[in-house]
Write a protein that binds this ligand. Structure first.
Ligand code: TMP
Ligand code: ZN
Length: 421
């Protein structure tokens, strides 16, 4: 039986009984954002009248290891088999991946022909950057539509979820990898044990596993609650990560904070058992203590700030509407869909949303069914305000829309606070 057929026999939503890292049962839910559709489930015009499935979105912290995690999970094939998000829709990400590839080749001395495997390789954007450095690349992605696009553009891509079993097969056929990357993937993984067994098996003895994911400290501090969605099962900080790696022949050799997606970590994982901690890890452990992210009151304050954010933004948009202004959304991002839903910002507020992703244009946002147009519509139509839903790309978007702004168009920013620029 194929993987997708087998998985369809499983329930659509499964409660999380044990912490995914330390297996403790004591997880305290602190925020409920649902039920709501999954945020990448864009809808075609023909399907607008059909019933739209909604799923819970509850998040809690583990009272033992501190991992922040969803307390119910949606079956992965529902979310990832057909996927419309691609990093290549933003120049910021293309450049980010270009630098990541270049720095990795240099720092780890990758010889021509070395194997680089990207897990969650999407349309192959990161691997295209690696290929410029003459290494061998292999992508793995569960989205059939994206794996097809990547393969057609010459990036060999296996259309599957990464697992220990798949790692074994790749190892048998192609040998071990010098570099394995996973950008914005580890948070999506339900079975981290199986995932890291796969990394252990596929990584060569002198290889490096590089992962990037949003950092809990940034998420909390900047009230980036819209990063919380059904696809993201874990919201990592360093302490639980160390606990996770204890069970494997893997250790963190360094961590850097990077500013993508509102503040993320890039971790470097090498083979070997964890001995003394590198300075970058010790520094972040200290930061986490200082910011008290393992204390329950931090989560109460976080939910209060979300409420305040809701009041500020909704009252600002209401005032604009009352004075007859036209508002649109900028960026049909997954996070934007969470925010619109939770704040109740619908078509009464936003005429439409624009987005640079070709696979989203012509569709409608999940839940509120707001139509999605190409970015060019902004200049054709010159609405008064654009609510920046893709706030993680603020610099790129403000620079790109100079002309709209010159003609009097304004942006409403959400992060860190609701304000007009
Ligand atoms: P993300 O928050 O999930 O990364 O999605 C960002 C969305 O914003 C994605 O759908 C692409 C879109 N976008 C634009 O429409 N214009 C832009 O200039 C950039 C950078 C992103
Ligand atoms: Zn735990």
């Amino acid at each position: 039986m194929s993987i997708s057929k087998a998985s369809k026999l499983e329930p659509e939503v499964t409660p999380v009984e044990n912490c995914r890292i330390c297996k403790n049962k004591d997880i305290t839910t602190f925020l409920s954002l649902g039920p709501l559709p999954t945020p990448n489930a864009y809808i075609s015009k023909e399907d607008l009248e059909k019933p739209e499935p909604t799923y819970p979105l509850n998040v809690g912290y583990c009272n033992s290891c501190g991992l922040v995690q969803l307390t119910q999970i949606v079956r992965p094939d529902i979310m990832f088999k057909n996927y419309r998000y691609v990093p290549s829709a933003s120049q910021t990400m293309i450049e980010h991946f270009g630098r990541l590839a270049k720095e990795t080749v240099k720092r780890f001395n990758l010889a021509p022909g070395a194997l680089v495997v990207d897990i969650g390789s999407s349309d192959g954007t990161l691997l295209k950057a690696f290929r410029k450095h003459k290494v061998n690349v292999l992508g793995i992605d569960p989205a059939t539509n994206l794996a097809e696009i990547a393969n057609a553009s010459g990036i060999e891509t296996i259309n599957n979820f990464f697992s220990r079993e798949l790692a074994g097969r790749i190892r048998a056929e192609r040998g071990q990898a010098k570099v394995i990357t996973a950008t914005n993937v580890v948070g999506h993984i339900a079975n981290l044990d199986n995932f890291f067994r796969g990394i252990e098996s596929l990584l060569s003895v002198d290889g490096v596993f590089i992962a990037e994911f949003p950092y809990l400290v940034d998420l909390l501090e900047k009230t980036e609650f819209d990063t919380i969605y059904q696809e993201h099962l874990s919201y990592f900080s360093v302490k639980p990560l160390l606990k996770l790696l204890e069970s494997f022949e893997l250790k963190i050799s360094g961590i850097t904070r990077i500013d993508v997606h509102g503040g993320s970590l890039r971790i470097f994982v090498r083979k070997g058992s964890s001995g003394s901690l590198p300075p970058s890890v010790i520094k972040l452990l200290g930061l986490e203590e200082e910011r008290r992210i393992y204390k329950p009151e931090i989560y109460r304050a976080f939910t209060e700030r979300i409420e305040k954010k809701r009041q500020d933004l909704v009252s600002l948009l209401s005032q604009l509407k009352h004075s007859g202004k036209r508002i649109v959304g900028y960026g049909a991002s997954a996070r934007g869909n969470i925010l619109l839903h939770y704040f109740g910002i619908d078509r009464k507020f936003l005429d439409y949303v624009v987005d640079s992703t070709p696979y989203k244009q012509g569709l409608y946002t999940p839940g509120h069914h707001i139509p999605i147009f190409p970015e060019s519509k902004i200049l054709e139509d010159q609405p008064d305000y654009a609510l920046l839903l893709a706030w993680n790309f603020v610099d790129e978007i403000l620079a790109k829309q100079k002309e709209y702004r010159k003609r009097g168009g304004r942006f409403v920013l959400i992060v860190p606070k609701a304000r007009i620029v």
